[in-house]
Design a protein. Structure first.
Length: 392
């Protein structure tokens, strides 16, 4: 480890800079200002209204008493995926995933292949270079240390002494990191099955919700989206827009409404109408703002009061392109709210896909879905073996 930290590569400096300063900035309102790929806009000062003056009585069974506006979509406008052979589809998905993870594969496996080429033994210099490769591939310092220690121990015991066997060993070790972390969600285990989405602005949260809704609708489930980010008109309109594209209804109230009240009334409607799945979008401001974390905690409490055992999933959406900053976000959200799973977006456009390994290993939280494109079909359930095979 000592030699690695003396090297101070440019890639590590960039990671450190992002971790210290974040990829987002703030305006004078205290809201996060980002430019989101899906059409998010900067916060407007006039929308600074948060929980001040909001009656805590919204947590009660009476709810807000406000009418909900529901945006539906005609059933015949949805597009069902064409049936295909399961085996061919699986092979096609792996090939497609390999192409989309090409940047991550080059940063990790491409450099690893060049490292061991022509080497006759695994020595200290090789291990130092391996350490650099793993860290700059965004596996994280702790995960890297663990892997290096494991390799060193294997070498010491003479159980691993050929450099050309190193890649296969790392591949199997990384697969083990996902062991006992269940990725599959059983949306039929409760009705309504309530999923709360959290995450900072710009990570692709709203579009990911729409993609999941589209997937579930095509499985025959009745899905409701809830616009609980009520502080920005753009956030509400964005969810409505994507809800229409996915062919599912969106429940919203006017700008500035108490988000907890919106959630309470939406769940009341969902229970009465026997909706299968409810997906709740929330504000995506800076994760370091205490008052905003308290707002999310309040929403979570209200959900539990209305639907026993809910939320059944709390999914943190992370942008894979932010690397170690995503890991920092995951730690804070996990400490403050508790998360049951992760949804990683933008894996197709980054060389930092190794963050998937680091986050799962350090937080012991499974990745549930990965986003590898911009269309409604580009969200996929996370399959650890397939993911690791695609990288290696």
């Amino acid at each position: 480890m000592i030699k690695w930290f003396k090297k101070k590569t440019k890639a590590e400096d960039e990671v450190k800079d992002r971790s210290e300063h974040g990829d987002e900035t703030e305006d004078k309102t205290g809201f996060e200002v980002t430019t989101e790929d899906e059409g998010d806009v900067e916060e407007v000062a006039g929308e600074e209204k948060i929980e001040e003056g909001v009656d805590e009585g919204m947590d009660s069974e009476e709810g807000s008493g406000k009418l909900l506006e529901t945006h539906g979509h005609k059933e015949n406008e949805s597009v069902a995926p064409q049936a295909s052979d399961v085996e061919s589809e699986s092979k096609g998905f792996l090939g497609g995933l390999r192409r989309r993870l090409s940047k991550t594969r080059e940063r990790l496996v491409g450099r690893l292949d060049r490292l061991v080429l022509g080497k006759k033994q695994i020595d200290e210099d090789l291990l130092d270079e391996l350490e650099e490769i793993l860290i700059t591939a965004d596996l994280g310092v702790r995960t890297t240390q663990e892997l290096i220690s494991s390799v060193t121990e294997k070498v010491r015991r003479k159980e691993l002494n050929q450099p050309d066997k190193l890649k296969e060993y790392l591949k199997e070790e990384i697969k083990n990191y996902f062991f006992n972390l269940p990725a599959e969600i059983d949306f039929s285990s409760a009705k309504p099955f309530v999923t709360l989405f959290i995450g900072v602005n710009g990570v692709g949260k709203t579009t990911s919700i729409a993609k999941l809704a589209y997937m579930l609708k095509n499985e025959g489930k009745e899905v409701m989206l809830v616009a609980a980010d009520t502080f920005r008109a753009a956030a509400i309109e964005q969810l409505v827009h994507w809800g229409e594209k996915a062919g599912v209804e969106v429940v919203r109230q006017k700008i500035g409404a108490d988000p907890s009240a919106v959630v309470f009334d939406a769940l009341t409607s969902a229970v009465a109408r026997e909706i299968d799945v409810v997906l709740i979008d929330t504000a995506g401001r800076m994760h370091t703002k205490v008052n905003l974390m308290e707002e999310l905690k309040k929403i979570k409490r209200v959900i539990g009061k209305k639907v026993a055992g809910a939320p059944h999933e709390v999914l943190l959406v992370l942008d894979a392109t932010t690397g170690q900053n995503a890991l920092s976000q995951a730690r804070l959200f996990s400490e403050q709210l508790g998360i049951s799973g992760l949804l990683l977006t933008k894996l197709d456009g980054t060389a930092k896909g190794g963050i998937v390994v680091g986050v799962c290993r350090e937080l012991k939280v499974p990745v549930k879905y990965i986003g590898v494109g911009e269309t409604l079909d580009d969200l996929h359930p996370f399959e650890p073996d397939t993911f690791v095979d695609a990288i290696f």
